[in-house]
Design a protein around this ligand. Structure first.
Ligand code: SAH
Length: 509
């Protein structure tokens, strides 16, 4: 069996945009991905669907997997000939026990490769606008750790030795031991006026920072409620930070906004909001899974030439249909010369990806309008029609086509199932319940309905932020009002860009 390889990769400080091109390439190819607490799980979106993804970090209330077990895991998977990506927050060789993992791999003669990452000190400094070195104020930069490892509670460094440092100190894992560390720095000669900056969750839209001096910072921490993970930067350069806060100063920074993930558009809206600094919670109200009878699919495909029309009622249906079709045939001509109808533009676009023309899209994008136009304009009496669908919204379409007046011969091919997502275990929903949000943005009547429908799973904790409800346009507003939800603002035009501008205006007024 061929030997696998272990790639020890720096996952950067949090923002997925801050990993290397090499890291992304290797994540995309990996058979196995082993990741921990500080590696952003969004990086896994790049992985293959069938890659094994193993979380080995700490979970609330539980210990993390012991280091020797992680090492065994890497050796085991690589020994089976698999390509293993070991993702570690920041850089793997900076307070990440990367050295220990590599030693173990060498003992077991497992080939490895190391990909550096943006370490937290560099990221926090850049995102807070602190120049770590400065010709006039600091010509050395020291990386220090408050704990030698998170499990060990004792200080491993004599901080009095750094009290006379003229340069910048960057302290990892230091928050818990900070009172003692500051005391030692002062007894080693550091002035109580030395500036200190603390940056939590650097590079993410929930970044939080607090500033003070060696003497005042503990009070500031208490007032601000800042927590871990945090980078502590000590030195004159902290006072030389940029006046404009390029990251935390963006219009929606510090705002938490909920959007629904059901529609294709959600990703685009999230990106626009996130670029303006907002922390976006995407709530997945529905999940779509393949669901079909193999026998039925085989029968339909075998007789596909008999159909004069094939109707697609959703983009999902198109995707699932062609996934199955290409598994059965490797020539698009096997589809036959039927005509094709799509319920709306998004569905049509999905069909056109296969270089197939769509013969009918109803003026109004719904299944009833589609049936009506087929019956009225095409005449369907005695015509064999295949309807490709999910488990919902097909009855009235089929009834209309089979009605005494229309008399089509209709077969349906259900390929997927739409179910309500169980929000009880969704991290985004949990964050919403516990901490609330500044706004919930609705982009359609159906997103409003899903929200109301999932009301029970979205009950806010007593001290959670109460969100304002924003609507993309008059139709959505009507649904909100109908369902007795107060509309705080409405976009002047029904486009995502206008909606974002209106959201900024409302939340920053
Ligand atoms: N290998 C990592 C460090 C792991 S030690 C690296 O190179 O960055 C974990 C410590 O790193 C945390 O306790 C915190 O001090 C720091 N850290 C990691 N990510 C951070 C972030 N996004 N913001 C602030 N500090 C962070």
């Amino acid at each position: 069996m061929s030997q696998g390889k272990v790639y020890l990769i720096g996952a950067g400080p949090g923002d997925p945009g801050l990993v290397t091109v090499r890291a992304r390439e290797l994540i995309e190819r990996a058979d196995v991905i082993v990741y921990d607490y500080l590696a952003n799980p969004q990086l896994l979106d790049w992985a293959r669907d069938d890659a094994e993804k193993l979380y080995v970090g700490k979970r609330s209330g539980m210990h993390s997997i012991p280091q020797d077990e992680i090492e065994e895991l890497l050796v085991d998977r690589a020994g089976k000939g698999l390509n293993v990506v070991r993702l570690k927050g920041g850089d793997p060789f900076v307070f990440g026990r990367g050295g220990e993992e590599v030693s173990e791999l060498q003992i077991d003669k497992i080939p490895f490769e190391i990909v550096p990452g943006v370490t937290a000190a560099l990221a926090a400094a850049a995102y807070a606008g602190i120049p770590l070195s400065h010709r006039d104020y600091s010509s050395s930069i020291t990386f220090l750790t408050g704990h030698e490892n998170p499990e060990k509670q004792t200080l491993s460094i004599d901080f009095t030795r750094y009290g006379k440092s003229e340069g910048t100190l960057c302290l990892y894992m230091g928050l818990g031991q900070l009172p003692r560390i500051l005391k030692e720095l002062k007894s080693g000669g550091m002035s109580g006026d030395t500036p200190v900056g603390i940056i939590q969750w650097a590079t993410l839209n929930r970044q939080n920072s607090v500033y003070g001096t060696v003497d005042s910072i503990l009070d500031e921490i208490e007032k601000s409620g800042i927590g871990t993970p945090a980078m502590i930067i000590i030195g004159e350069v902290v006072a030389r930070r940029t006046k404009t806060e390029w990251f935390e100063g963006r219009p929606l920074f510090g705002k938490r906004i909920v959007v629904t993930r059901a529609r294709e558009q959600a990703g685009q809206l999230s990106k626009l909001l996130s670029d303006q600094g907002a922390e976006v919670l995407e709530l997945p109200f529905i999940s779509v899974e393949p669901h079909f009878e193999e026998q039925r699919v085989t029968e339909v495909f075998a007789g596909i030439a008999v159909y004069e029309w094939i109707i697609f009622t959703s983009a999902n249906g198109v995707k699932h249909f062609f996934d199955l079709f290409y598994k059965a045939y490797d020539d698009i001509r096997c589809l036959g010369p039927m005509r094709i109808a799509a319920v709306g533009a998004a569905t049509a676009r999905e069909i056109q990806k296969h270089k197939l023309k769509v013969d009918l899209i109803p003026a109004k994008a719904n299944a009833d309008a589609l049936a009506e136009e087929l019956v009225e304009n095409e005449g369907v009496e005695g015509v064999q029609i295949l309807v490709v669908t999910g488990n919902q919204n097909r009855e009235s379409l089929v009834q209309r086509l089979e009605s005494d007046e229309a008399r089509a011969i209709v077969d349906t091919l259900p390929l997927y199932k739409t179910t309500k997502t169980d929000l009880a275990n969704e991290p985004a929903a949990e964050r919403f319940r516990n901490e609330g949000a500044d706004a919930v943005l609705f982009t359609s009547a159906s997103t409003v309905k899903s929200f109301v429908d999932q009301h029970a799973a979205l009950q806010l904790a007593p001290d959670a932020r109460r969100p304002a409800f924003g609507s993309i346009g008059p139709l959505t507003t009507k649904t909100l009002k109908h369902l007795k939800l107060p509309v705080a603002f409405e976009s002047p035009e029904a486009s995502l860009e206008h909606f974002v501008v209106e959201t900024i205006a409302h939340l920053t007024a």
